[in-house]
Structures are given as structure tokens and as C-alpha cells.
Design a protein around this ligand. Structure first.
Ligand SMILES: [Zn+2]
Length: 219
């Protein structure tokens, strides 16, 4: 009898834990990504990210690595991912089959000179789709690069003066459409750095953890 009670209890516990587990909502993760830096706004952006204990990936340009080496080091020492965004930041990067790879390699060498290590994470300007040809993509991937686009675009870089209310509205709508895994496109610029506290608060209030996108992230 005692044994029966024991097994009955054990069975109940197992059934109950399966039900509870099934009811647990899926974990929501948002990855903040910040393109086009570093700039003079980078320290401010990093301070705000730290205050929110938020991870982030910065996709940086070659000439800006050379102009603001201290800010690259600041990204590194604070545990953020440093990804590559290229050299030209215009149509030139898509000009030939090898030009995207060449621009990312060149950017990587600037990073290597500064940090003694290279990055495997890239974002091509304006997104890889439809800009990269199959051949260009294949050359990047064969070289070991992992290409990241985004699924949430709050449109924080449209025009010289950005409407903060519109950015927050776009962000909210974008998160709803993206679901439990959000990769958010932001830019290293003054208006974004000033709105970042509100941006991060909105993402947190929507139930997302703020993760760090890196070469192991599945997206
Ligand atoms: Zn860009």
C-alpha cells in the first residue's frame, strides 16, 4: 500500500510538472544591434546599455575604427560584440563578386591592428537581402563570416531629425510582428543615443531579455 502511494504521488508530480512546463511562456530575447559607428555618441550609448544591463552588437565602419579607436576598446572591455559593416557604405560594396568580402576583410584588418583579433560577424549596408548576390554571399560565408540582417526596424535613421514618438511606435509594432526572437536595427547617432533609454525600457516592458548577438546566435 505504501509503495502504491509512493508511485501514485510520483506519477502525479511528473504529470503536474509536464503541465506546468507546457504552460511556461516561451522565453523572449531581443538583440540590440547598432550600425555605422563608432561616433562621438558611442560612450553615451554604452552607458545607457550598461545601465539596462543590455547586451548589444555594434556593426562598425573601417574609417570610424581608425578615427575612434578608444570607443572600439570601450565596446570590447564592456563585453559587446564588434561586427563589421564595411568600408564604403554605399553601392560600391556591392559592385563586384568579391567587393563585399574585400571590404569586410579590410575592416577586419583595421580591427586586428587595434585589438589583435578579428570578427566573424558582419552586416552589409542596407541589409543582405536583396543587395548581396548569391556569389557574394557564398564568398563571405566560405571565408567564415556570419551575415546578420534584422527583423525589427524602428526607422531611427530616416532624415536628419528623427521623431522619437514615431521610432517608439515603429519599435512596438515591429516587436509584435517579430515574436519571441527580435533583432533590432538601430544606428549610432545622436537622436538614437538620446532615445535609447526609452527604447530599451519599451523592449523590457514587452517581456524581452536583452541578449548579445554574436557568431553563435541562430537567426
Ligand atoms: Zn549602415
Amino acid at each position: 500500500m505504501r509503495r502504491f502511494v509512493f508511485f501514485a504521488l510520483a506519477a502525479l508530480i511528473i504529470i503536474f510538472s509536464v503541465i506546468v512546463d507546457g504552460a511556461t511562456p516561451q522565453k523572449k530575447v531581443a538583440y540590440i544591434t547598432i550600425d555605422d559607428g563608432p561616433t562621438l555618441n558611442t560612450p553615451n550609448i554604452i552607458e545607457t546599455l550598461k545601465r539596462h544591463k543590455a547586451g548589444a552588437a555594434f556593426f562598425v565602419l573601417k574609417d570610424r575604427i581608425e578615427t575612434y579607436p578608444d570607443y572600439i576598446k570601450m565596446m570590447e572591455t564592456n563585453g559587446f560584440t564588434i561586427g563589421l559593416h564595411g568600408v564604403s557604405h554605399n553601392g560600391d560594396i556591392y559592385a563586384t563578386p568579391t567587393s563585399p568580402l574585400n571590404e569586410m576583410n579590410e575592416t577586419n584588418e583595421a580591427l586586428y591592428k587595434l585589438l589583435g583579433r578579428r570578427s566573424r560577424v558582419v552586416r552589409t549596408p542596407y541589409g543582405s537581402k536583396p543587395n548581396l548576390t548569391d556569389k557574394q554571399r557564398q564568398l563571405l560565408e566560405t571565408a567564415g563570416y556570419k551575415i546578420f540582417d534584422w527583423n525589427v526596424d524602428p526607422r531611427d535613421s530616416i532624415g536628419a531629425v528623427v521623431d522619437r514618438t514615431a521610432v517608439l511606435r515603429n519599435l512596438r509594432a515591429g516587436l509584435e510582428a517579430a515574436g519571441p526572437k527580435a533583432v533590432i536595427l538601430l544606428h549610432d547617432r545622436k537622436s538614437t543615443s538620446m532615445a535609447l533609454d526609452e527604447i530599451l525600457s519599451l523592449v523590457e516592458a514587452a517581456g524581452y531579455e536583452l541578449g548579445t548577438l554574436d557568431e553563435n546566435t541562430e537567426f
